[in-house]
Structure formats: C-alpha cells, structure tokens
Design a binder for this molecule. Sequence first.
Ligand code: NAD
Ligand code: UGA
Length: 458
Amino acid sequence: MDFKKHILCIGAGYVGGPTMAVIAYKCPHYKVTVVDINPARIAEWNSQELPVYEPGLDDIVREIRGRNLFFSTDIEKGIREHDIIFVSVNTPTKQFGVGAGQAADLQYWEKTARQILQFSGSDKIIVEKSTLPVKTAQAMQRILATGGDGVEFEVVSNPEFLAEGTAIDDLLYPDRVLVGSGNSERGLMARNELVEIYANWVPAERIITTNIWSSELSKLVANAFLAQRVSSINSISALCERTDADIDEVAVAVGMDSRIGNRFLEASVGFGGSCFKKDILNLVYLCRFYGLHEVADYWENVVKINQYQQERFVLNILNSMFNTLSGKKICLFGFAFKANTGDTRESPAIFIARRLLEEKAEVVVTDPKALVNAKKDLENVNGSLSYTGDPYEAARGCHAIAIMTEWDLYKGLDYKGIFQSMSKPAFIFDGRNILDHEKLFEIGFNVFPIGKPPLTHY
Ligand code: NAD
Ligand code: UGA
C-alpha cells in the first residue's frame, strides 16, 4: 500500500507507544513505526503482553499492528525511511554534575539528535514529543545544522498531555493539541504537516499553534499547575485534621466556584508519577538559571508539600499505632502511583514502604497491576517484605491496612471478613479517601482518612 505520510517515533515508552497507536488507528493512510534501543521493550510491543497497561490500548494495537503500525529496533532504517520523526525518549532528572537533582538529563535526547543527523539522507521534520526545558529546540536545531550535506531539518514542539490510566481517551478526545514552531516558511510548513495529522480526528478549534518556546514552556507549566492543585488541597488536608473540618466538603465548596473548578482537588497521600516532580524541578532549575529565585522558591514548595504529605502519612500511622511499628504487619493496598496503571514511578507507596520498613514494620504489598514494578522498586530495601495479588490474603494477620492507590477493586471488598482476619485493634489509613469510613468504623476498624477527623474506638 502507498502511504501518504511516513511517521517514525523514537522511544517506545508510556508516551511513544500509545500516542503512535492512536495516530495509526485514526490515520490508516499513514505508516507509523515506533523504534527503541531496548529490544525487550520492542519484543513486548510485538507480543500479546504489551509493556504498558492502559485501558483500550490492547484492542487498538491488536487491530492495527502489522497493518500501518510497526514496532522495530532498527533505528537507522527508521530514520532513513521516514519524513516525520517524533522523539519521545525519556528526559529524567539529572543525577550528576551541574543541575543534579533538578535539571533535565538531556543525554538520551541529544543521542537521538546525533543519530538522526547520522542516518538522515533526506529532509526531515523533527517533533519534540518528550517534555523538555524551554529552548531545547534551539539546541536540537544547532546539532542538526552541523551535517553540512544539504539535508535540512525543522524542529517543532508537540508536547503530550495524556495522563496514564486514561491515555487512550486523552489521545482520542484531547482537550487541546499544541504545536509550536518557528515562523520561517519552513517552520510554518512543518507546523502545518503536524496540524494535518491531528486534524484527522481532533476538531480544528482544539489544535492550537504557538511559537516554539511557548509550546515547550506550556508543557512544564501545565504539569506545575496540576501538581500545585494537588499540593494545595493536600496542604489544607493537614489543617482539616487539626480543626475537624472535612477536606472533601471543603473541596466541593471551593470547587463549585466555576473560576476554580472541581477537578484535581482530591486530597491524597501525595502525587506520584514520572513527570510532576521532575517537570517542576526542571521549571525551578530554569527559573534559578535566569536569576528568578522568588519564582523558583514558589514552585519548589509544591514539591516540598508533596514530600511533607507523604511523611505526615507515615507519622500518622506511627502515632496512631501507639508510637511503635516494630514487628507489626502493615499491608499496602495498591502500589501504582494512580489507579488503572501498572506504573510505579515516583509512587508515594515506594517512600511509605521504605519508611515503614525503617520503623521495623513487616510490609505486605498488594496491587492488581503493579507488583512486578513494586518488586523492582523495593529490591534493595532491607526488611520483612512480601507481595501478593490477593488483597484478602495480604490483609490476613495484619495490624493495619494503608490505601495507597485508588483502585476501584478496593472499594468493593468484604471488609467485615477482612476485619475478622486481622490482628486487633485493626487500623485503616485511607490515603485516597475512597472507602466508606463510617461503615468501616461500625465494623470495628479504627479509621484514619486524609483531611478528616479519625474514627477511633479508643
Ligand atoms: P519511558 O521511559 O516510558 O520511554 C522512553 C523510551 O525511550 C524507553 O523505552 C527508552 O528505551 C527509549 N530510548 C531512550 N533513548 C533512546 C534512543 N537514543 N533511541 C531509541 N530509544 C531510546 O518514558 P515516557 O514515560 O514514555 O516519557 C517520555 C517523555 O514523554 C518524557 O519526556 C516525559 O516527560 C514525557 N511525557 C510522559 C508522560 C507519561 O504519562 N508517562 C506524559 C506526557 C509526557
Ligand atoms: C500528568 C498530567 O495529568 C498529564 O497531563 C501529563 O501529560 C503527565 O502528567 C505527564 O506529563 O507525564 P499522570 O502523572 O499520568 O499525568 O497522572 P495524573 O492523573 O495527573 O496524576 C498524577 C498524580 O497526582 C497521581 O499520583 C494522582 O494520584 C495524584 N492526584 C491527582 C491526586 O493526588 N489528587 C488529584 O486530585 C489528582
């Protein structure tokens, strides 16, 4: 078949895989290839067990894989044969040298730029899909300009706003698609190429175009604003616990103001995920680089409150359980950083498991999708740790349950039966406020929600 466009994506991760699957699904007249340096990952994309769990993803991939969606390790061939190259490699926080612990580590990104330069025999449009510090496109353009063989590259920014667990819906029905470009003739042509791709299924008014720096910065700012809302509500949850106010009632009252809006106001044990912390720290680093220290301090506090919330949760467990956890069995319901994903990157559960083990508690971890990752996250941690997929088995003999992830599964369990199987007094620390606290209290549990008065039998 003659395809109208040949699209390559470098990086077959949580973003590259689902994003390209949806482009290929919605655009049968385009050929879409996803490449990665990790052969195991590509093998998984070509198998029945995809490396990423996302509701709806399996069905799409099964339908179009081998038709116009391909997964491959041949990066060189991919670069040679495709005209539009999305780059969706990881951009973690730098762990060494200047900017360690804050700046984005751009080594994977730069390696990709050099590979593109090395293998391109014809003009290409390079699309920044990864989240990058503002002005990265300039560096990319400079590297690509060193070829000197007449091949021309145009870099555009097209950040991704999908959230894990809802990635397919977010991609099918995005709030907006953002394309940032230069305003030269070539820049505008590249921008139009991208707009044309999304116009296959996204309404025109939802596709916005900006200058390239606004686009790069908007991605960092969107994540910073989202994380800020979580830290805002979590900071108030601490005050609620001291004043007998109820955080859910406060969130409803505040969120009904249409200027504020009611989404992203769920108090929790803290936000996790691979991006919020890294992107805010990246923003903080940029602000410091430009000498804007007050601005940097402001955003850094969003991360500090998140850390405080997690530490507060552990101290609450410790204080409520008579100031010692030594030898007590505590089970974590959920390990993923949010529901409907197996991803555990920066999950608050990692920190909490470690802290409980430091207090010499015995920790049992259960999760419907994230146990493989949980085991990797905790493999070098000392202490008594066990894992099971069955929440009933996990809770048996435990002194306390701590809800870490808001999986629906945990809402409908037989808590009467669970209570009977636990050591007494039995505690529940609901780090997501998803359970019926009154009912649990009636069953006999001592219940500690987030941002609400505890319900105790003593
Ligand atoms: P990921 O770690 O899941 O995937 C990145 C992939 O890139 C890996 O499979 C890795 O092997 C591959 N890779 C690295 N260097 C390579 C190279 N030189 N050649 C080929 N492949 C290479 O990361 P992710 O979660 O998909 O995130 C990718 C980017 O998208 C990040 O910048 C992130 O901030 C951004 N982002 C992520 C999400 C999300 O929900 N995870 C959402 C929006 C944006
Ligand atoms: C987030 C953004 O929502 C996406 O738009 C963005 O593309 C993505 O980061 C990224 O750049 O990686 P994601 O991290 O997948 O998506 O998930 P979110 O739904 O944003 O949740 C992040 C964390 O905040 C989770 O731990 C979640 O449990 C927590 N959260 C969220 C709360 O504690 N309370 C809320 O009200 C909402």
